[in-house]
Each structure stands twice: as structure tokens, then as C-alpha cells.
Write a new protein. Sequence first.
Length: 157
Amino acid sequence: MKPLKFLCALAVLFAVSASVSTVAARAGVRIPIGEREYATIVAELPDTEEYMTDNGNYIDLATLHTAYTIAYVPVYVTEEPRLIGYCEKEDVCYEIADEYLAEMLAANELDGEKLNKLTFWHRYGGKLVLAVVLALAAFGYFVGRSDDEKEEQTAQE
């Protein structure tokens, strides 16, 4: 009897999820899943001619990393962070040679090791959210299952 209830519940869940996804697709609602690049400014450089782009804007130091996301929640990092030049006004990333990066860091008295770190959210936040969702799903499954067993025991008595 229990396997039959479980299979029926699974079939209903599948049908509901299929209809919800169809309605969401027709309404234009999509949950983004996949890899996403993040550029995060970690140090502002002085606004000098040395750090000026061709358009007259200035670059800052940023970290660039890639993470696998579900609904913009980073689940795991697929590419570790690296320091780059980033112009926020133009939304453009610039690769910086290692020698020039070392000169920039020394000239501005910055520590490259400390700057090239991920935030707690990007490193662990998505994993925690995913763990909580899975724990709630498992809790709901097992609590519902124990209630069914109690009902069967009272029905047999």
C-alpha cells in the first residue's frame, strides 16, 4: 500500500511540475540555470592617466570568477578568481599581465593575496541554501511518512 501511495504522489508531483513549467514558459518566466561570470571590484585605483581607458573612464581592480548558479544562487565555483582590470561604467574587463599587475599592486600598496578571495556568499552561500532546501524536502517526506504509519497503526487496532 505504501509503495502505491508513493508512486501516486510522485506521479501527481510530476504532472504538477510539468504543468507549472509549461505555464511558466508561456508566461516568459524562466529560472536561470548554468554558469555565470562574476566581476567584483576589490580595490579602487587612483583616477590617473595610467589607469584611463580609451573612452576616458577609469579602471579598478576586480576579481573575475565563474560559478554554476541556480536562480542566481551560486552553487559551486567552476573557475577560481583572478585579478583583472574592470571599468564599471563601460562594463568591460581587461586582462592584466602578471608583471604589470605586480607593479600596480606595489605602486598602490595592495596585497594581491588578500584581494583575490571570494566572498562567503560565493564560496559557501549557495551550498548552504541548497542544503537547507534538501533538508526541508527530506524532513517533509519523512514526517509525512511517519504520520501515514501512525494512521495505519490506529486503523489496524
